[in-house]
Every structure is written in C-alpha cells, then in structure tokens.
Design a protein around this ligand. Structure first.
Ligand code: GRF
Length: 209
C-alpha cells in the first residue's frame, strides 16, 4: 500500500470556477487550527469567479488562467504545473472546478489531487448531481470527497456524508442541505492526509488508525 502524503502540513492549491464556499470553509478550518495546511494559491479558469475575490480578501494569492488562451490542455496544465511548483504545492484541491484534470497534472500529482462531489458516488457523477438525485427519486443523497483519477468523479473515496432527500426538494434546496456537509467533510478529509493516514490500495483509499 502506498501512503499518499507523509504526516505534516499540506501545501494546498485550491482550484475553483465559481462561488468558492468550499475554499472559504477550508480557509476557516485552517484558521481554527482544525486543518494542518496552508493555502498557497487559489487558481480559477473563470475571470469573474467570486472565489478569486474571496481569496484576495483573505490575502491569498489568486490567479486567473484562461484555458482558451492555450492551444491545448497540456499547454494550459504545463503553465499551471509551473505555478504549482513555484508555490511548492503538495496537494491540489478541486472545489467547484468545472474541468477534467488532464495527464500533465495527474502524473505529477498522482493521488494528490482531491475533489468534492455533491452526491454519493458512484451515483450521479457529472453535472447537476443534486438535480439528478431529485429526479431519480432517491431518499438519501450527500457528498463525496475522493482522489482524482482520469475518469469523471471516479477515483478512490476518502469520505462521504449523507443527507435525506425530502419530498418537496428541488435541486437547489437539496444542494443547500448537501453544501453544509461539504463544508464539514472537505477539511476533515484533508486533515487525514495531513496526518499521513491515507493509503492507496488498488481502487480503495484506506484510512489507518
Ligand atoms: C459544490 O457543490 C461542489 O460539491 C461542486 O461544486 C460546488 C462548488 O461550490 N463540485 P463552491 O464554489 O465551493 O461554493
């Protein structure tokens, strides 16, 4: 079994395309002393992402990189990789980052890119997971923190939280209920990494002790 990261403070890059509430929850967990990490940089592929402003307000380096100004994804990710190396990032945190990560970053950060998805994977991967759950009629949904691999929301699972789906739920009301749990399990999952407790065993993430 392979340990993902040795025990010690994580040097994080957070990737966000939108609102940035998960970024903020991580920042607050670090401030409280619940998560042993530093956020070195917030990266967005969207110029107007509120996440960029949230980072600036927190005095965290906020970088917008436009994927459209590169000839392909590899070139875009090569630039990202350069930035992450300069910032001595050890773990990449996807927090509402609306792109698939390609081979350049996956290879360099093997098992060290983490994502949060607003459903109980492997159910409802992809976009609008909360609406998918409402439309399907499941009685419970939730959120999943997982290691990123080449698939869409497919990698080894670190942690999940469950919420009920209520009869009158819309995608939005369910999303709000799930988001509360997202803000609790993301930092907890990352703290397991910071404690050096996470190992990869085939398709599984194993948490020790
Ligand atoms: C969250 O629901 C997360 O699960 C999904 O995108 C949303 C991001 O929200 N991947 P925020 O930008 O962190 O507020």
């Amino acid at each position: 079994m392979m340990q993902i990261t040795p025990a010690g403070p994580l040097q994080l890059a957070v990737f966000a395309s939108g609102r940035g509430s998960n970024f903020d929850a991580l920042y607050q967990a670090i401030e409280r002393g619940d998560l042993n990490a530093n956020i070195k940089v917030l990266v967005s592929d969207k110029e107007n992402a509120p996440a960029l402003d949230k980072a600036r307000k927190r005095n965290i380096k906020a970088i917008y990189l436009n994927p459209r100004s590169y000839i392909n994804r590899d070139e875009y990710e090569n630039d990202l990789l350069k930035l992450l190396k300069e910032q001595q990032v050890t773990v990449v945190v996807l927090a509402g980052y609306m792109r698939l990560v390609g081979p350049v970053l996956l290879e360099h950060f093997r098992h060290r890119i983490v994502n949060i998805h607003p459903a109980l994977l492997p159910s409802f991967p992809g976009l609008q997971a909360q609406q998918q759950a409402v439309d399907y009629g499941v009685k419970y949904s939730g959120c999943t923190v997982h290691i990123v691999d080449a698939g869409m929301d497919t990698g080894p699972i670190l942690m999940q939280a469950v919420v009920p789906v209520l009869p009158d739920d819309s995608g939005d009301t369910l999303a709000q209920r799930i988001l509360v749990e997202e803000h609790k399990i993301y930092w907890r999952s990352l703290q397991l990494l910071a404690e050096g407790r996470v190992y990869i065993d085939g398709r599984k993430a194993v948490i020790k002790n």
